[in-house]
Design a binder for this molecule. Structure first.
Ligand code: A2P
Length: 281
């Protein structure tokens, strides 16, 4: 793991794509602030940006990438569809609009996710069919899901042409390890992305984490990102602050040892407040 670099990618099984192992989250970043944060992230070495319809910044992501000196092909861009739109055609159109916002008119996204399982199987099927259509058209190089539990992943087998989904994006950090679900994804070749890898900042003052950070001369946030990388998750830390953005990319000059991993593994609190608990059934 010590040899890991910011340029490393994870192959996405059954596709020709690969995904940079570290991504940049843009939840709650809007307008000019969002654009500047993305430019700072690209300058710091991030080549992977995670957006969503829900974040209301897809256009900013597209604009920032076009504005940056980094080529579009060098950046891995993700978005997520929030909800079915009332008919298969309307849902497809909603997803296609996102592709055009993020990838530019006539462009593509590298990954398109169903954001949440929502409340009905019909809606999940309609959403997945829209993403499968984009995938077949080459407008979404890979497709996946987010916040899906084992039951939702199993259910997909009833309606999916593309199974397994290429990715499941979950809340993952030492206090929320979702071990059974993680194992299921591993067993089935589903790439795991970790949202809120910094626990939304809630546990950065944790004593055990602080001890590991002090041992390596790194910040608690850097240790959490490194932990995610060493778990073979794809961490997506969010920051709107240029200094912290740089810091979050600077996680490739140290490695956690078995004792460190064990200490952090011991912090699990079971499934914590996922973003949309009320909707997950
Ligand atoms: P900010 O955007 O002001 O930097 P998560 O990725 O787990 O959702 O966490 C995001 C939260 O963590 C945000 O509040 C963000 O604030 C904060 N954050 C991001 N990077 C760091 C860092 N290196 N040190 C401390 N806090 C950070």
């Amino acid at each position: 793991m010590g040899a890991l670099t910011i340029h490393d990618s994870i192959p996405i099984p059954t596709t020709t794509s690969s995904m940079p192992r570290l991504g940049f989250g843009v939840y709650q970043l809007y307008g000019q602030h969002c654009r500047q944060a993305i430019l700072a992230a690209l300058a710091a070495g991030f080549r992977h940006i995670d957006s969503a319809q829900l974040y209301r910044n897809e256009s900013e992501v597209g604009a920032a990438v076009r504005q940056s000196p980094v080529e579009r092909e060098q950046v891995f861009l993700t978005t997520k569809i929030r909800a079915a739109a009332g008919s298969p055609e309307k849902t497809y159109q909603s997803a296609l609009d996102s592709v055009n916002r993020v990838g530019g008119a006539g462009g593509y996204v590298d990954l398109f996710l169903v954001h949440i399982p929502g409340s009905s199987r019909e809606a999940r099927e309609e959403l997945w069919k829209a993403l499968e259509r984009l995938h077949a058209q080459g407008k979404a190089k890979a497709i996946g899901v987010s916040n899906f539990r084992v039951q939702h992943l199993e259910e997909m087998k009833e309606y999916a042409c593309v199974w397994p989904p290429h990715v499941n994006q979950l809340e993952l950090h030492p206090w929320c390890q979702q071990r059974d679900l993680v194992q299921f994804c591993r067993d089935n070749g589903i790439v795991l992305q970790a949202y809120s890898p910094l626990s939304r900042g809630e546990h950065l003052g944790d004593e055990a984490l602080g001890a590991v950070a002090a041992k390596h001369g790194k910040s608690p946030a850097q240790v959490l990102i490194r932990y995610g990388l060493q778990k073979n998750w794809v961490p997506l830390p969010k920051s709107g602050n240029p200094e912290r953005i740089k810091q979050n990319a600077d996680v490739f000059d140290f490695a956690l040892d078995d004792d460190d991993i064990k200490a952090l593994d011991g912090l699990d609190q079971g499934p914590s407040g996922a973003l949309f608990p009320a909707n997950v059934k």
